[in-house]
Design a protein around this ligand. Sequence first.
Ligand SMILES: CCCCC/C=C/C(=O)SCCNC(=O)CCNC(=O)[C@H](O)C(C)(C)COP(=O)(O)OP(=O)(O)OC[C@H]1O[C@@H](n2cnc3c(N)ncnc32)[C@H](O)[C@@H]1OP(=O)(O)O
Length: 325
Amino acid sequence: MAMALRAASRVLLRAGSRLGRREAVDGARRFANKRVLVETEGAAGATRIAVMKFRNPPVNSLSLDFLTEFVISLEKLENDKSIRGVILTSDSLKRGNQTKVAATEKTEEKRATRDHGGRLQERPGIFSAGLDLLEMYGRNPAHYAEYWKAVQELWLRLYLSSLTLMSAINGASPAGGCLLAITCDYRIMADNPKYTIGLNESLLGIVAPFWLKDNYVNTIGHRAAERALQLGTLFPPAEALKVGVVDEVVPEDQVHSKTLSVMAKWLAIPDHSRQLTKTMMRKATADNLIKQREADIQNFASFISRDSIQKSLHMYLEKLKHKKG
Ligand SMILES: CCCCC/C=C/C(=O)SCCNC(=O)CCNC(=O)[C@H](O)C(C)(C)COP(=O)(O)OP(=O)(O)OC[C@H]1O[C@@H](n2cnc3c(N)ncnc32)[C@H](O)[C@@H]1OP(=O)(O)O
């Protein structure tokens, strides 16, 4: 066990020092579609891990295209027998990021604000702003049904993944952003009080689906989930740690390296016993959705089509548009 842990640590520490680079280095590979960048690391034949970086500017919202690309990337990793662990994180959307890839200059400009001296300042990072509100507003029921099926698919794939999944939460993580995080086996959040995480659906006048509620209950317990869901609480890092939405809070510049070192510990456990244990813990919750997927889709489509709900979403979108930077 100790030897396996040391070997996994060596692979991951090497990965840690290299993953920030863009060029292909010994054993490192990457593939990308438009909105998800995947970097894998490790020698051929050895354990490798992958880092999935979201890059859907301006706020990494879970649009239909993003969901589709995400699931395709995850499936690719699931089918690669050399990959045992995956880290979910946001490609930095901030101004000044040396590795920016997808954001246009205009978007980059939008991600900065000016201070009183007119100097550009970085705005806080974003892990994911959650479901894309524009997929749920002003569309038709067929679109809502298609969108919801994709949301369910993402959740099921992540929640039941045989891989060890970890989230390195390097920015705001409301609602669907929190969904991504709480499907993971372990969550590490940057210690920045500007970042918050939680299921805030009730603040938008909508309701989290039962399976996401169940995932939340399994993560933070019934009473805490009941209160947080009703109030739509978005927890800053210290509170998120206290309530158990995240497992660790670390300085922002250590999120990635810390996630790699925790991953090393998890990868020292034999896959078969860890995977069977994970399935034992999660199967009943996932089965609840699997046996009523179609009904859940119809429910969502009719709920979100209601005039009153569309009105709430309209008001929320207006509020976002007009808020002061
Ligand atoms: C009935 C079933 C319910 C299903 C469960 C629902 C789950 C969900 O995920 S609902 C979505 C919940 N998400 C939120 O409430 C987050 C809303 N966004 C924010 O709070 C902020 O945008 C931020 C903290 C994530 C980032 O703030 P900031 O850096 O200041 O950026 P802006 O607010 O200026 O946003 C830039 C741009 O992006 C648009 N936008 C933000 N969030 C979303 C979103 N979730 N979907 C679509 N678009 C989003 C925002 O409106 C701005 O657009 P423009 O004004 O056109 O630039």
